[in-house]
Design a protein around this ligand. Structure first.
Ligand code: DC
Length: 214
């Protein structure tokens, strides 16, 4: 890793590939902070729903974004002073979040806040969709964690319940929206290490990644 003290590990990849579990475990093992940037986009979406801002109204959402008070710390997400930790995982937010995340003004605001967070924490494991490509192109290690849509759907259903076929269809749809948007689409950085977690346990994945660290 680079000679300076600040270590940044970027984790990108599609929904349900195991990024969060792997990212948290990696941060624990390396004694680094962990930032789930998806929770920030979800927090913005929660704020829009709460304020009655239509998620597809580009200008209205852009006007709202800088004013939203968002804190993502230790697994708790607070939006405008309200604990939104559970609500941001609910169906309403999950259905609207892709549109909020496609808004360039929202991305500008959140990318700045993500860089601030890393500055304040002296590095960290940062997870999202554009971390290695846009937010931290100079990260010490870039991982692109993926798995087959069926495996990702099965993991989601085990965690949250639901029907595998339906969840798989919604995962494929969300991938398509996230990968085809104009601003910062989901894609792997040229220098990212691709880790396919299909058929691997979390421990196996984390051990495999730890071996990549100098
Ligand atoms: O990882 P997640 O499912 O909680 O992410 C929620 C949404 O936010 C998803 O539609 C992708 C988007 N997102 C993004 O566009 N950029 C990021 N850095 C993180 C998440």
């Amino acid at each position: 890793m680079s000679g300076d003290e600040r270590v940044v590990i970027a984790i990108d990849g599609p929904a349900g590939a195991g990024k969060s579990t792997v990212g948290r475990a990696l941060a624990r093992r390396l004694d680094l902070g962990y930032l789930d940037t998806g929770a920030m986009y979800r927090g913005m979406t929660f704020a829009a729903l709460r304020r009655g801002v239509v998620e597809g109204d580009l200008d209205e959402v852009a006007a709202m974004a800088p004013a939203v008070d968002l804190a993502v710390e230790d697994g708790t997400v607070t939006v405008d002073g309200v604990d939104a930790t559970s609500a941001i995982r609910g169906r309403e937010v999950t259905e609207a979040v892709s549109q909020i995340a496609a808004n360039p003004a929202v991305r500008r605001v959140l990318v700045d806040r993500q860089r601030d967070w890393v500055e304040r924490h002296g590095g960290g494991v940062v997870e999202g969709r554009d971390i290695g490509t846009v937010v931290f192109p100079d990260a010490d290690l870039k991982l692109y964690i993926t798995a087959s849509p069926r495996v990702r759907a099965e993991r989601r259903v085990r965690e949250l319940g639901g029907d595998v076929v339906e969840v798989e269809a919604s995962i494929i749809k969300r991938d398509r929206v996230d990968s085809s948007r104009t601003h910062s689409p989901l894609s792997e950085a040229d220098d990212a290490v691709v880790v396919d977690t299909t058929g691997m346990s979390i421990d196996e994945v984390v051990d495999h990644i730890m071996e990549m660290l100098p």
